[in-house]
Design a protein around this ligand. Structure first.
Ligand SMILES: Cc1cc2nc3c(=O)[nH]c(=O)nc-3n(C[C@H](O)[C@H](O)[C@H](O)COP(=O)(O)O)c2cc1C
Length: 372
């Protein structure tokens, strides 16, 4: 199952390019505005540098009154456009299960896969923001959302088998299903970033690529082992990734000062407060009797997070330092068994050139990547 995106030992993705604010909660003036010409420049720069994929965020509104995520490009249409403007980088789309019918997703993925000659990927998300779901007239069922997600995934995969069929399940009753064309890839990579126990169980059964949140090396090692064991029960061995905020500068002090400047001095506390408030809809489910240790740990961290660096997105581990520091962290992540990492920068266009120039060659020398 593994082997998506070639054979680099530590693969890289660009995460959150389609949204204002990217994936930080900072109101610094140079924070990412998600202007289309800038997105195209970053996508093409990443493509040329051999970065393996782009992962957008499916959003329907901003974080409360904050400008963060206020503007976001829709992920399926954006992937088709960026796919046509690039040559080899993988393009993910993100589908909210209750908001996109499987037959729509199957046709859209096939379209993008043909446009890109086999570079489409699908992130399946079950949602957490009730304000967004209300915009669609949909309700967010914290208890059953991943059960519906699994049924959605099974319909989607059956469509990709090329069969014509009826579906009578618990959540869906669908007649005469069929899709044409099929994607070029037999199975475009399916990713999931569920972190609740039901989210992890879903990912274990459905995902080729799982994202997990890194707080410490010890915790990440435990999580990787648990995720691999869960997936093995379904005879699957997904690649596991983490998402990180990168601040890379010639000296450690410069990197730390810049991180402090945008993530602390220019933090957007309203965005964090809204995020935590909305997350409580699905977090509450985890406090029920029988919650797993993973769930309890997530809740504890979520409550503590943001107290110092409120501009660092919850769940985004910061990698702050010189190019050598950054590669040392990547070596440790790779040694834990991670297949790679998704990159977040305060401003992708400002930060990516230095990363490409200084970090990628060091990764090559460290055996983490091959020269493009
Ligand atoms: C890398 C990554 C990408 C994600 N993309 C989206 C997204 O595009 N839209 C969304 O609503 N949630 C997104 N999420 C949230 C997850 O789908 C999931 O809801 C979250 O990790 C919490 O886990 P849980 O749903 O099991 O509680 C993403 C999370 C991560 C870590």
């Amino acid at each position: 199952m593994a082997g998506y995106f070639g054979d680099n030992k530590f693969k890289l993705g660009l995460f959150g390019l389609n949204c204002s604010g990217g994936c930080t909660l900072s109101a610094a003036p140079e924070a990412w505005q998600a202007n289309w010409p800038d997105i195209v420049k970053v996508a093409q720069m990443g493509d040329e540098a051999g970065i393996e994929f782009m992962l957008p965020i499916a959003r329907w509104r901003g974080l409360g009154k904050s400008w963060v995520w206020e503007k976001s490009f829709e992920t399926f249409t954006q992937a088709a456009a960026l796919g046509a403007l690039t040559k080899r980088i993988g393009v993910f789309v993100t589908a909210h299960v209750p908001l996109v019918a499987p037959v729509v997703a199957a046709k859209a993925i096939a379209t993008i896969d043909h446009v890109t000659n086999g570079r489409a990927g699908l992130n399946i998300v079950c949602g957490w923001n009730t304000d967004e779901f209300k915009m669609h007239g949909a309700s967010l069922d914290g208890e059953r959302r991943y059960d519906q997600g699994l049924e959605w995934y099974k319909i989607f995969m059956k469509l990709l088998s090329g069969e014509a069929f009826d579906w009578n399940g618990e959540f869906y009753h669908l007649e005469n299903l069929v899709t044409n064309p099929l994607p070029i890839q037999k199975r475009p990579p399916v990713m999931s970033a569920g972190s609740s126990s039901s989210g992890q169980e879903f990912a274990a059964e459905a995902a080729d690529i799982m994202f997990t949140t890194m707080h410490s090396y010890e915790q990440t090692g435990d999580t990787i082992n648990r995720l691999k064991a869960l997936a093995a029960q379904h005879n699957r061995s997904p690649d596991i990734y983490v998402q990180s905020l990168y601040v890379c500068r010639p000296t450690r002090k410069e990197a730390e000062d810049y991180y402090y400047y945008f993530a602390e001095e220019h933090a957007d506390p309203e965005a964090l407060a809204y995020f935590k408030r909305q997350k409580s809809a699905t977090l509450a489910q985890r406090t029920r009797e029988g919650s797993s240790a993973a769930d309890v740990a997530t809740i504890t961290r979520m409550r503590a997070e943001g107290e110092r660096y409120a501009g660092n997105f919850p769940g985004m581990n910061p990698i702050i330092g010189t190019p050598d520091d950054v590669v040392e962290e990547m070596k440790k992540m790779s040694a834990l068994g991670l297949a790679g990492g998704a990159l977040v920068f305060l401003n992708y266009l400002n930060e990516l050139p230095y990363f490409v120039q200084e970090v990628l060659p060091r990764m090559e020398r460290a055996g983490l990547r091959r020269k493009v």
